[in-house]
Ligand binder design. Structure first.
Ligand code: ZN
Length: 350
């Protein structure tokens, strides 16, 4: 787990050559920069974290740094700056120069010594991973380093993962394979064991609870895919669902409607998780009045945190198990939530 000391790192954002990196990634940037300086950067890196944690951002930055032709110069430049105390953190992070041939080609997506694997049709097949193997067998066109990025590595098919294993087992010098995932538990253990895993944890959960109301605005931006914000109909459905979840947590109303969404809508579980993250973040709309008896209800931060954990666990189950009974999972989740909220209420009252 990476600790982020926001106050010490705040200045870095501005010194980061205009590119605003999420604050909690800066410690990881420092760590990787140090490893590059000491020539100790692993050849296979896995960046994992929840959606929006910033694994793709780190991967992009690292690839640019590794490929930049002025890397040596950047190292020295940065170290010289490091003598000035106020830029110490910023300058301990290596940055790509942005103007060399490599940087320019990479920016225009036409750099030949880098390969990005994308998941078409929601899976990464064996063919593209074989392509990746061949890519590393050839010598570099321009520089010396070669990089490949596999985003959503957990969506590799079994045969794709096995093909990648072969490539990981025979690393060529100056080649770097970078994987990103939202669920490293869905990756083959053999893949994970051959990669150096960096788990990115943005300030959610316990840390979020501790930092309530002290958060910067950016901490949760992009924490979820927002297709519900681009499609009108979905947006309305999401808002309706969100309000019902809020009521359910406080008053146990709308159980049937929520169950319906969880069972019928593909994004139901993700929505529920997102709603809980948002609730923890904003605490909006509390307390909720019970429309049946007018009683005012609310749940506390600790309860929200418990419910959030239940939802996360159910979501993970949904993603991991092939033959999962969605109906059963949904019903069980709602029962568990009820119990969690009820128990806490009793504890608080007693
Ligand atoms: Zn450059």
């Amino acid at each position: 787990m990476l600790d982020n000391d926001n106050t010490a790192l705040e200045a870095v954002i501005f010194a980061n050559k205009g590119y605003k990196m999420k604050t909690w990634l800066l410690a990881l940037q420092q760590q990787l920069s140090r490893q590059i300086r000491e020539n100790k950067l692993p050849h296979a890196l896995l960046f994992s974290g929840v959606n929006g944690a910033g694994q793709e951002d780190i991967a992009q930055w690292l690839i640019k740094v590794l490929l930049c032709q002025n890397l040596e110069q950047n190292l020295n430049e940065n170290l010289n700056q490091a003598s000035q105390e106020n830029t110490k953190v910023a300058s301990s992070i290596i940055q790509p120069c942005g103007f060399c041939k490599t940087c320019k080609l990479f920016a225009s997506d036409s750099y030949p010594d880098h390969l990005t694997i994308v998941n078409d049709k929601n899976t990464i097949g064996v063919d593209v991973i074989r392509k990746l193997g061949h890519f590393f067998e050839r010598t570099a066109h321009i520089g010396t380093a070669k990089t490949a990025l596999v985003n959503h590595a957990d969506t590799m098919t079994i045969s794709a993962a096995n093909a990648l294993l072969k490539t990981l087992e025979e690393p060529t010098s100056d080649s770097f394979i970078i994987l990103t995932t939202q669920s490293s538990d869905l990756l083959l253990p053999t893949i994970i064991s051959r990669c150096h895993e960096f788990e990115i944890r943005p300030p959610v959960g316990k840390k979020l609870l501790a930092e309530f109301n002290q958060q910067g605005d950016d901490a949760f931006v992009n924490l979820s895919h927002l297709n519900e914000l681009t499609d009108e109909e979905t947006a309305v459905a999401f808002v309706v669902f969100r309000d019902k979840v809020k009521h359910y947590l406080c008053t146990h109303q709308y159980r049937a409607e929520i169950l319906d969404i969880l069972v019928e809508r593909r994004e139901g579980f993700r929505w529920l998780e997102k709603i809980l993250v948002n609730l923890m973040r904003e605490q909006w709309g509390w307390p909720i009045a019970d429309s049946k008896n007018g009683q005012v209800n609310s749940i506390n931060k600790q309860q929200l945190w418990q419910v959030y954990n239940l939802v996360q666990a159910a979501n993970a189950k949904l993603k991991t198990l092939v033959q999962v009974n969605r109906q059963f999972l949904s019903e069980k989740l709602l029962v568990d939530i009820s119990v969690a909220v009820q128990n806490n209420k009793q504890k608080i009252e007693g």
